[in-house]
Design a protein around this ligand. Sequence first.
Ligand code: NAG
Length: 297
Amino acid sequence: MMHLGLSVTYALALVTSALAVPSQQLDARQQPFKSTAITSHAEPWAMAFLPDNRILVTERRGNLRLVDPATKSMATITGVPTVAYGGQGGLHDVALHPKYAENSIIYISYAEAGTGGAGGAVARATLTLNANGGGALSGLEVIWRHSQKASGGLQFACRLLFGPDGALWISSGEINQMTPAQSMTSNLGKMIKLYDNGTAFAGNPFASQGAIQAQIWSLGHRNPLGIDWDAQGRLWEVEMGPMGGDELNLIVPGANYGWPLVSEGRHYDGRTIPAHRTRPEFAAPKAFWVPVISPPA
Ligand SMILES: *[C@@H]1O[C@H](CO)[C@@H](O)[C@H](O)[C@H]1NC(C)=O
């Protein structure tokens, strides 16, 4: 996850063959796959595969690239809005609409500048590909925003994931504001479930309580940088904790994961935070790491 402001150029490597090697037979010098450098990118953050196996790649400064693994070539998709590049912010995730093959709609998330600093935004647009290996976004529409902006450029998260019911999930970070993760009138620090047009999904656990509340699937998250489904259709999330306490959470509707009231980590100034076991009303992580396993900023 290239979320920590590393100003390094990464090569996009594609796994070209997988070997069925039991993990206990591997050591640090061996990899169970062969990797091949295809293209080079400044601060790549996310990728999404088109039906023809080409790959949309976001670069944090605000460039959306289209990579063709067959020719090891890359071109640019124009029409990306200006992003607030700085701190951990910039152009973040990219995802295809579940019916992309029919409607050519893609979604991007990014940090957007505004009063008070920057906040996360999610937009959808039509992708028109051209004969030069690139393309353009048109009809761009912002369908969701963080309910406030903040200075510092931290903890936007905003991973995008579509569900089997066609819903759009957004993992909303708390942009380092902490207490809004517990506020039901803020969409910071939440798992958000929407229709593909940005309207709150019917049947969300707090649907009857107000407009922001209706977006919320779960709360009390800090910096949820990864979300995905498992083979049983359960939703999992990985979340950057403070100093210590990165979390793997099983996401269930209506649950409160406790940030910033509980954590297995500490604040960066050394202040302690009560552990999850002290407050059983908050959902505890299925796994956590102290010290954290993410790379330092
Ligand atoms: C968004 O999509 C949902 C589900 O298709 C629909 O019920 C709703 O009316 C749409 N909202 C807008 C503003 O178009």
